[in-house]
Design a binder for this molecule. Structure first.
Ligand code: SF4
Length: 371
């Protein structure tokens, strides 16, 4: 069985930048803000009322490294399912609610670790912001205020003409003030836009005006390839300045993919201990082996290995030995053979047909030693 990484993930010593100082909130066992490790979250795509399917998807997300999961709650049946889902999920569950105060109370009562709701919407239709603040305070349930370009208040659209960074920030701070009036500050904020440039600017402006922890997101980022790039660029720009406390990559793809991308972004910036890392060359006219195939086969063969391991797969003897020597494990190929390196030493030379299996054997041996 693959080990499920739960709890506080390890953060390597060398940081890209000092983290912004923010308040800390507690989403179940996962701390967000106040210097806590940046967490990865996602959202289920099942009907929340389908408890079995939702828990199954949460289990898959948990196994892929997701630390916080959000579920939509647009109907009474969904609200009724929250208690069981919150109890059985191994990671904290956030209920995502838009207009109905009664679902907010249900989610708090159900033991959800947090609720995403914008008090502005609540005020507009059935003003129970005070009661929500009281219930959330009583249960220790934090709230995420999520401002989205697509659902920006009409008043702000009129004032700014469109969803500018200023409009997103004004909206978020106004929403927060509706809770602050009732002395409730157990809040995190997101200001999402589908354009990374606007999104980055909005978060930068926001950090100058509040100390709430921030949930980063590029909304409607698109299909996998485009969404991955947009999210990596936007999150990278902010995280490399210490901005951001929890991230959600939004892809038009299965949510497990979002978690993989989010995890990779954090690992790339040393905001999370790197797991398996394949260092493979792009190949060129000097390659003496099919590097793409080799890298793919090694990646597939090592999938699920739960140890931090840097594996170099290099196509020739130009940069090959150097990179392979620097990695935990590596191969430098040439002349139909592969020189296998372990911790900087050549341990054997094998025919090309045995490179993949040899690397996998050696990786497993190293992983055993690291346990
Ligand atoms: S390691 Fe060799 S094959 Fe790979 S890119 Fe460099 S020079 Fe080309």
């Amino acid at each position: 069985m693959t080990a499920v990484p739960l709890g506080v993930p390890e953060v390597p010593a060398r940081q890209v930048a000092p983290r912004r100082r923010s308040r800390r909130i507690q989403v179940g066992p996962v701390a967000v803000g106040g210097g806590a490790p940046v967490s990865v979250q996602s959202m289920t795509t099942t009907r929340t009322s389908d408890i079995g399917a939702t828990l199954q998807q949460i289990a898959e997300l948990t196994a892929s490294g997701c630390q916080i999961v959000r579920v939509a709650c647009p109907t009474q049946d969904d609200a009724d399912a929250l208690a069981t889902i919150a109890r059985k999920s191994r990671i904290p569950v956030i209920a995502d609610i838009h207009f109905q105060p009664k679902y907010v109370f249900a989610a708090i009562e159900a033991g959800c670790a947090a609720v995403r709701v914008n008090p502005g919407n609540i005020k507009k239709f059935d003003d129970q912001v005070k009661e929500i603040a009281e219930a959330a305070k009583e249960h220790g349930t934090p709230i995420r205020i999520g401002v989205n370009a697509g659902s920006l208040d009409r008043r702000l659209l009129r004032k700014y003409g469109k969803a500018t960074p200023e409009a997103l920030v004004e909206s978020a701070l106004w929403e927060a003030s509706l809770f602050e009036e009732h002395d409730f500050r157990d809040i995190k904020i997101s200001v999402k836009h589908n354009d990374p440039v606007v999104m980055i600017e909005a978060y930068r402006q926001l950090v100058a005006q509040c100390d709430y922890p921030l949930h980063l997101g590029v909304t409607e980022a698109g299909p996998s390839f485009q969404g991955t790039i947009k999210s990596a660029v936007a999150f990278g720009a902010l995280l490399s300045q210490g901005i951001g406390d929890t991230i959600r990559v939004s892809l038009s793809a299965p949510p497990v993919e979002e978690v993989k991308v989010g995890t990779q972004i954090l690992e790339s910036l040393n905001l999370r201990r790197r797991g398996l890392e394949i260092v493979s060359c792009p190949s060129c006219g000097r390659a003496q082996v099919d590097v793409y195939k080799l890298a793919e086969e090694v990646t597939a063969g090592l999938d699920g290995l739960e140890v931090p391991l840097r594996v170099a797969v290099m196509g020739c003897v130009v940069n090959g030995p150097g990179e392979a020597r620097e990695a935990d494990l590596g191969v430098a190929s040439g002349n139909g053979k592969g020189q296998i390196f372990v911790k900087g030493e050549v341990v054997k030379t094998v025919p090309e047909s045995r490179i993949v299996e040899t690397l996998i054997e050696e990786a497993q041996r190293l992983a055993e030693r690291m346990k």
